[in-house]
Design a binder for this molecule. Structure first.
Ligand code: C2E
Ligand code: CA
Ligand code: CA
Length: 387
């Protein structure tokens, strides 16, 4: 955190922030508490003499999250710091300082890996889990060079013509020992260690190179991680991937989630505009999860909204889901935005989605994600008609 501030706003601001954090920390401490800086942006607090240790620790952790996490105003900059807390209780989690600190550190590691701004208590199996994670991390770092990734594709159906109109690139990892690993397992880790930037570029380049050989009316959709936006040269990477592959920008769609817009800085929206100016389509993915405020649709002129599969799954049982889907497609129509339903598994869901006005559909009903070699742009519709 301090490094990021030092890098972007300069050392004086970083130092002032450190002092401000220390001041707030001091205000929160009771006489019996001890606080020390472990270095960088890490602090240790020793809390003693509480009758209910666990409750006291939760109380302190919540006060810390609230107080330290509140915005700082330094030199005219508003700075927000995310804090994570790991807690170890003596004597249960260790009888001497070394072990307590090590276990608090393991709990901290967990808190950080679960997205920060929270606290975690030490648990006995954390050590093993973290060892496994570290091993996965090492494997992941080598996986691009070892050619262990493969882009799978899932076709997208145009509702009005019932033909395949596109395919979404979905990454898979052939792990030498563990076999095929789905992205939910390694994308968050790749994001955390920054590896998503080279991996994302690899996916984009390979997918564009694949798609250039598809029929001209088939579009390619590629998922982008919010981390790829932080790197500064996303526009150049996309431009270059298109140029090298020869894929027309009109055939490429980039899928982002609302978290790209959540970061409140105008930078990401500016990058989206630059990407759109290249001629590529910009898609809002997973709509219906998270905050999913309609306000996001005002922040950027999206070409397409993908309605999350949790909505699609509930549609047959819940009238409110169907009503929400119909409202989103209606809005899409009036704003000239396509709407794709994700995760369509049954004929019943599909007919409800057609009735609700979705313009595209994607799901196991038509085809699963599959390797390039198995991709058949005609098959999904035939299968659907036969079903
Ligand atoms: P997503 O972008 O929402 O992708 C759709 C996910 O739903 C895919 O999971 C797909 O296999 C799955 N799916 C499709 N149809 C059905 C269905 O009918 N039923 C069910 N139950 N699931 C269905 P997958 O491939 O495991 O990917 C999971 C997530 O990982 C993706 O969600 C996306 O967020 C991320 N991801 C995948 N590939 C990439 C990538 O190349 N880059 C980035 N940044 N993220 C990726
Ligand atoms: Ca997607
Ligand atoms: Ca999605």
């Amino acid at each position: 955190m301090f490094k990021a501030v030092n890098d972007s706003l300069g050392h004086p601001v970083g130092d002032a922030l450190l002092k401000a954090v220390a001041q707030r920390l001091r205000r929160l401490m009771r006489e019996t508490d001890t606080v020390g800086r472990l270095g960088g942006d890490e602090f240790a607090i020793i809390q003693i003499g509480e009758s209910n240790q666990k409750e006291a620790a939760i109380g302190l952790a919540n006060r810390l999250l609230e107080t330290i996490g509140a915005p700082y105003e330094i030199d005219g900059h508003e700075i927000n710091v995310g804090i994570s807390i790991g807690i170890a209780l003596a004597p249960f989690d260790g009888e001497d300082a070394d072990i307590l600190l090590k276990n608090a550190d393991l709990a901290l590691y967990r808190a950080k890996s679960e997205g920060r701004k929270d606290f975690r208590f030490f648990e006995a199996d954390m050590d093993t889990k973290i060892r496994l994670r570290r091993a996965l991390e090492v494997d992941l770092r080598n996986a691009i060079a070892r050619n262990e990734f493969e882009v799978y594709y899932q076709t997208v159906i145009d509702v009005s013509t019932q033909n395949t109109c596109g395919a979404e690139a979905l990454i898979r990892w052939h792990h030498p020992q563990r076999g095929l690993i789905a992205p939910d397992t390694f994308i968050p880790l790749a994001e955390e260690i920054g590896l998503i930037v080279p991996l994302g570029e690899w996916i984009l380049r390979n997918a564009c190179a694949d798609a250039v050989n598809w029929p001209a009316d088939i579009k390619l959709a590629v998922n982008l991680s919010p981390i790829q936006f932080r790197n500064g040269n996303l526009v150049e990477i996309v431009t270059d991937a298109l140029a090298v592959s020869g894929l027309s920008p009109q055939r490429l769609e980039l899928e982002i989630t609302e978290s790209v817009l959540l970061q409140k800085d105008a930078g990401n929206v500016a990058v989206l505009h630059q990407l759109k100016n290249l001629g590529v389509g910009i898609v809002l993915d997973d709509f219906g999860t998270g905050y999913s405020s309609l306000g996001y649709l005002r922040m950027f002129p999206f070409d397409k909204i993908k309605i999350d599969r949790s909505f699609v799954a509930e549609m047959p049982n819940r009238a409110d889901c169907a009503a929400i889907v119909a409202a989103i497609t209606g809005l899409g129509r009036s704003l000239d935005i396509q709407t794709t339903a994700e995760g369509v598994e049954t004929e019943e869901q599909f007919s409800l989605l057609c009735a609700a006005g979705c313009t595209q559909a994607q799901g196991y009903l038509f085809s699963r994600p599959q390797p390039l070699s198995a991709l058949d742009f005609k098959r999904p519709t035939a299968k659907h008609e036969a079903a």
